[in-house]
Design a protein around this ligand. Structure first.
Ligand code: PLP
Length: 413
């Protein structure tokens, strides 16, 4: 049985009580959920907020003059304010709701990119990007005859900042880079990247999908032009995400989708568009998702980021040390600045074989390319086994995992 351990003032046993799924079994064994990079589990506070909305508060937003619609609208708008505060955005109108990081990046590529990229222009991305921060740029660059250029990595998985500086020039119009790599756990020096980009007038989009559940984010402090993230990786439901953008950029951008809610006045001769944020939010939004995301932020705000960071760092150091005791095991992404995401391979054993056998023991890890095929090409590997931890994981779970991994290797070797 997993009992966990009280480390510092961070009471993980108590925290685990907030997540009902952590008490369930997988293949008859206590669930050890180590795939938080793919999606996090949801606390009761979030589950209850969604249930309460459907039981007591369900109505469409921004449309009705009646009590229930105004109640739903207040909750919806309240969540936008919470999110703006959470990421340090000065104005809640600069926080747009999308279906997730993927849609947020596509929105920027298809609106800002369509308007601002032309023949000969360059978009810089990094070799560690998730496909959702590669393909949208390839699509728009192909259409507008611009070019995608890649910032390579150092052996430890960090960005090669020297090459970034070399590749940055007056043709660079956008740098799109992840705050934290979903495969390596490496934290990128986004402030430095943004500062450099702005010296040549380039804009910067930060893919924050893996950052928001692990580190405090302040979009004004880092001075990014766009910041994209998903709710479901930060304890909120699936199908809801955010795009933050600087007001002047969002105002200049054409709308993304046409429909209800995003208009000011429609006639067959001419349509004018609504103010921010509605210009980018056509149709009935994911109301329960937005409310669930507000509840997730309330939940995170109960903690001190310092405690989360320190606890997760203890887990990261512990699991890294334990893994490195295993013969033939190689970790990809070995910089100092990491969150507890560990990608590894053992000898030439296929990651799927290890993942499938771990699953038999109740342990959920991710295997494969993690939507970062170019990163796999960089390391000349087909995929990895990825363990991605959250602050509700425990050292004891790590012990269970290491013990299981050793057993699996005995079977496969
Ligand atoms: C770094 C990063 N970017 C983008 C995404 C895409 O997120 P979503 O599928 O929620 O749109 C992910 C998901 O794994 C990710 O880890």
């Amino acid at each position: 049985m997993i009992t966990g351990e009280k480390i510092m003032d961070f009471d993980v046993i108590k925290i685990r009580e907030d997540f009902p799924i952590l008490k369930t079994k997988a293949n008859g064994k206590p669930l050890v959920y180590f795939d938080n990079g793919a999606t996090s589990q949801k606390p009761l506070e979030v589950i209850n907020a969604i249930e309460k909305y459907y039981n007591n508060e369900n109505a469409n937003v921004h449309r009705g003059v009646y009590y229930l619609s105004q109640l739903a609208t207040d909750l919806f708008d309240g969540s936008r304010n919470k999110i703006a505060n959470f990421i340090g955005a000065q104005e809640s109108e600069t926080v747009l709701f999308t279906s997730g990081t993927t849609e947020s990046i596509n929105l920027v590529a298809q609106t800002w990119g369509r308007k601002n990229l032309s023949e000969g222009d360059e978009v810089l991305i990094s070799a560690m990007e998730h496909h959702s921060n590669i393909v949208p740029w390839q699509m728009i660059c192909e259409e507008n005859e611009a070019t995608v250029k890649v910032i390579p990595l150092n052996d430890d998985g960090s960005l090669n900042m020297e090459v970034l500086e070399e590749r940055l020039n007056s043709k660079t119009k956008m740098i799109a880079v992840s705050h934290i790599s979903n495969t390596l756990g490496v934290v990128n020096p986004v402030e430095k990247i943004i500062e450099l980009a702005h010296t040549v007038g380039a804009k910067v989009l930060i893919d924050g999908a893996q950052a928001v559940p692990h580190i405090p984010v302040d979009v004004q402090k880092i001075d990014c032009d766009f910041y994209a993230f998903s709710g479901h990786k930060m304890f909120a439901p699936t199908g809801i995400g955010v795009l933050y953008g600087k007001r002047e950029l969002l105002e200049e951008m054409p709308p993304y989708k046409g429909g209800g809610d995003m208009i000011d006045r429609v006639s067959f001769e001419k349509t004018t568009y609504a103010e921010l944020p509605f210009k980018f939010e056509a149709g009935t939004p994911n109301i329960s998702g937005v409310i669930g995301m507000g509840a997730a932020i309330d939940y995170i705000n109960r903690f001190d980021w310092k405690d989360i960071f320190e606890y997760e760092d203890i887990l990261l150091n512990y699991i890294t040390e334990e893994l490195l005791h295993i013969d033939g095991l190689r970790i990809y992404g070995t910089t100092d600045k990491k969150i507890p995401v560990i990608s590894f391979l053992v000898d030439d054993i296929h990651p799927y074989d290890i993942g499938t056998l771990l699953d038999q023991m109740g342990i959920a890890v991710r295997t494969g390319h993690h939507c970062t095929q170019p990163l796999m090409d960089h390391f000349c590997i087909p995929g990895t086994i990825r363990v991605s931890l959250s602050f509700y994981n425990t050292k004891e779970e790590i012990d269970v995992f290491i013990h299981a991994l050793k057993k699996v290797l005995e079977i496969l070797r």
